[in-house]
Design a protein. Structure first.
Length: 271
């Protein structure tokens, strides 16, 4: 679960991540380079997670890295849709092929499930549900701004609420289905508005919609959760993020200092 490019230091510039599971089926090098460039111009150190690194373990560990902005370029599953899951709430795809053996407790508890795509009927993937974000994350997201690029990111409250319950400041996503081309175009504009033009969350979303409009095929639009974060800017949210990141850093130091007396693991922590 190591990103392609890793910013190791906790102090210094704020950090951002792009999780590109969607690149497994719809790679877009131009989008990835442009998104990284915008965030770097805004002063962020950027970590990029290629499709093969988007695993259940990554979703578990991601909040421990202290990202101020996390862009999930991932499929999002819903029941009774072309991209489906076994349970009712929206769920985030991994790139791991599904099997019944791995993550038995998580599967039994419905925090990890199988998801599949209509044009790949014989391939199922592991997906993580809102319950996994709430209960399976190794730490809180420290006031992070989360962008869900896949379909239906904020259509159902359960998924964005799970991130907010684990410390995220705000979650931005689509109200329904969205094409890859449309979400890529809109996300670049959104990042420019928030990070370079320094608009508030609400103004950034509205300005993005004014430029690209609703998805031409499905009619979905960008929204955000919770509603009371619309007037906040990235710089205001990152003030809280910096303080919480410092707390996470000291918790890691404390945990590391107390591992010397513990027995070594007999098996590696990751599958």
């Amino acid at each position: 679960m190591v990103p392609t490019q890793v910013t190791q230091t906790q102090k210094g510039p704020p950090k951002a991540a792009v999780v590109d599971q969607l690149g497994l089926h719809f790679p877009n090098r131009e989008f990835m380079q442009a998104a990284e460039g915008i965030m770097q111009e805004a002063g962020f150190g950027v970590d990029v997670y290629d499709p093969e690194r988007v695993t259940v373990e990554l979703y578990k560990a991601l909040p421990t890295y202290g990202y101020g902005v996390v862009v999930f370029r991932v499929h999002i599953a819903l029941p009774n849709a072309s991209i489906q899951t076994d349970q009712r709430d929206a769920a985030l795809f991994t790139s791991q092929r599904y099997n019944e053996v791995n993550y038995p407790l998580e599967q039994l508890g419905l925090s990890v499930q199988r998801g599949w795509i209509s044009w790949l009927p014989n391939e199922a993937f592991f997906v993580v549900t809102p319950k996994f974000i709430t209960e399976g994350s190794m730490s809180d997201y420290p006031s992070s701004v989360v962008i869900l690029m896949g379909c239906n990111g904020v259509e159902n409250e359960a998924l964005p609420k799970s991130f907010v319950d684990r410390g995220a400041s705000v979650v931005i996503g689509w109200s329904g289905f969205v094409s890859t081309r449309h979400t890529d175009e809109a996300t670049l504009i959104l990042l420019k508005m928030m990070l370079l033009e320094k608009m508030s969350i609400g103004r950034s979303v509205r300005a993005t919609m004014n430029q690209v409009g609703a998805d031409p095929d499905y009619g979905s639009v960008l929204g955000y959760y919770p509603d009371d974060k619309g007037n906040a800017t990235i710089s205001q949210l990152l003030k809280s993020h910096h303080a919480e990141s410092e707390l996470v850093m000291w918790m890691k130091v404390f945990a590391a200092d107390n591992t010397s007396a513990r027995p070594a693991r007999s098996t590696p922590p990751c599958r």
